[in-house]
Structures are given as structure tokens and as C-alpha cells.
Design a protein around this ligand. Structure first.
Ligand SMILES: [Zn+2]
Ligand SMILES: [Zn+2]
Ligand SMILES: [Zn+2]
Length: 263
């Protein structure tokens, strides 16, 4: 079998507020550089004819329209914070087209929180046309889906555990400020890594830029992109100052990687 192509789209590269921040008059929030406009953090993986979404960000609708995404075949959740989940209702648009439920994957804890936060979705008394049709699939180990292996990568986000995901030579690790060595063992030989790098100043639940650089140099992916960026980050200025092989992510960025088929 020939190697297949995994296409990656950075749907959103912004922190929980989005950039510009509501009401902020700082230089980055006022900047008209397109890479300083950031929707909430999310990514799309396309493999064969399948689209896998990582998180349903608050800005999901805008991201889907911008990238002309016509179907979503599965969603993998990193954790249950609002900026990664609150676009969930817009999955309904995909159900209306496909007429089939969308499977959601994530840790038991994340899916339990989503279920209790969005009771109307999972309450069977609601008319089906008013709600997204979603199926919950808790995972704690690698699964094979649509011919590709998806490996959950446990991480710490302050006191909360989050999941990153690895697919072939790609890994997506957002909302973390520490990665245990058992997870680092799952991250060898990456071509592309998307990694949390919130801002320059320290934060209790996110890597800042110096910590993200240190982690990227430990993981040693060929290319690393920092995401979940705050308004401290002025893309055209700060991107140039990063070490070789490390860059800032921006909304709408596309990559294609070759993935060896599963035997
Ligand atoms: Zn977040
Ligand atoms: Zn600002
Ligand atoms: Zn978070």
C-alpha cells in the first residue's frame, strides 16, 4: 500500500479570548496583520476522505465557513474548557447534511463534563432536528479510525489532565504546562508538532514561550508551531526571533505529511 497524505489545517491559533481581545487597545489587538487575528484554538486533520476535528472551539462556525469544511467524521477533545468546546452546537449543521451522528472522543472526564454542561444535547426528549446528534466514546489508549492510528497523549494543564493527540508524524499538544516522561516516549520521530506557547510571561496552566521552546527542543520534531497565542504575541515581530525549526502558528495554515499505512 502507498503512503497516504495527512492534511493538517490550523483552524484557530488564539487563546481563550480570541485576538483581538474585546475592548483591548494594545498594538497587537489593533494590528491589521492577518496573523495577529486569532480565532480560538482548534485544528482539522484530513485523511483520505475523512475529516477529524480537534475540539469544537467557540469560533467553530467561522472556521468551518472560512475553510469550506463540508463534513466532520469525528471530533477528538483535548479537554472541557469553554474555548475548546463551546462551538459544539454548530456540529448540528453537519448532522443535517450527513443524517448520521458524529462520534466524539476524549477522556472519560472530558466527555462527562461535556455531557453535563450540554444536557440538552444528550437529553433524548429533545426533537432531533434541534440538537446536534453526537455519540460519546471515552478513550484512554490508541485507537484506529478511518485507517489511521490516533494516540492520546496525557498532559498536565495546571491541575487538570488534558489529552494531546498523535497521528503518524504529527502531534497536537495544546493546553499544557507539563508533559510527563511516559508521554514524551510517545512523541519520538515527529515531522510536525503543534505545541501550546501562550505568551512570554509565566502562566499557571500553559507553557510560556521560553518553556515551549525548551519542550520543543526536547521533543525534537522537524518543525514545531506554537499555538494558543495571546495578545502579547506580535506575529511578524516575534516569529522571526524564534530558534530554527520553531515558528508561531497562524489561523488558516495548511500542511501535508505522508503517513505510512497501518499494516
Ligand atoms: Zn484553551
Ligand atoms: Zn490586546
Ligand atoms: Zn484549557
Amino acid at each position: 500500500m502507498q503512503a497516504e497524505t495527512l492534511k493538517i489545517t490550523v483552524l484557530g491559533s488564539g487563546t481563550s479570548t480570541g485576538i483581538p481581545v474585546i475592548g483591548c487597545r494594545c498594538a497587537v489587538c489593533l494590528s491589521d496583520h492577518p496573523y495577529n487575528q486569532r480565532t480560538r484554538c482548534s485544528a482539522l486533520l484530513s485523511y483520505g476522505k475523512y475529516n477529524i476535528l480537534i475540539d469544537t472551539s467557540t469560533d467553530l462556525r467561522q472556521q468551518v465557513l472560512r475553510e469550506d469544511i463540508r463534513h466532520i467524521d469525528a471530533v477528538f477533545y483535548t479537554h472541557s474548557h469553554a474555548d475548546h468546546v463551546h462551538g459544539i452546537d454548530d456540529l448540528r449543521g453537519f448532522n443535517l447534511r450527513s443524517k448520521i451522528p458524529i462520534p466524539l472522543y476524549g477522556s472519560e472526564q472530558t466527555l462527562a463534563t461535556i455531557r453535563s454542561s450540554f444536557r440538552y444535547i444528550f437529553d433524548e426528549s429533545e426533537p432531533v432536528s434541534y440538537i446536534p446528534r453526537l455519540e460519546l466514546h471515552p478513550i484512554d489508549q490508541a485507537i484506529e479510525l478511518f485507517g489511521i492510528k490516533v494516540i492520546p497523549i496525557p498532559m498536565q494543564h495546571g491541575r487538570m489532565q488534558t489529552l494531546g493527540y498523535r497521528c503518524g508524524p504529527f502531534a497536537y499538544l495544546t493546553d499544557c504546562n507539563s508533559i510527563p516522561s511516559s508521554s514524551l516516549d510517545l512523541l519520538e520521530g515527529l515531522e510536525l508538532l503543534v505545541l501550546d506557547g501562550l505568551r512570554f510571561t509565566r502562566h499557571n496552566t500553559h507553557f510560556n514561550i521560553p518553556q515551549a521552546i525548551e519542550m520543543a527542543q526536547k521533543i525534537k520534531a522537524k518543525q514545531t508551531l506554537l499555538t494558543h497565542l495571546s495578545h502579547e504575541i506580535d506575529h511578524p515581530v516575534h516569529d522571526q526571533e524564534l530558534p530554527d525549526g520553531i515558528n508561531l502558528a497562524h489561523d488558516g495554515q495548511h500542511f501535508s505529511l505522508h503517513v505510512a499505512p497501518i499494516k
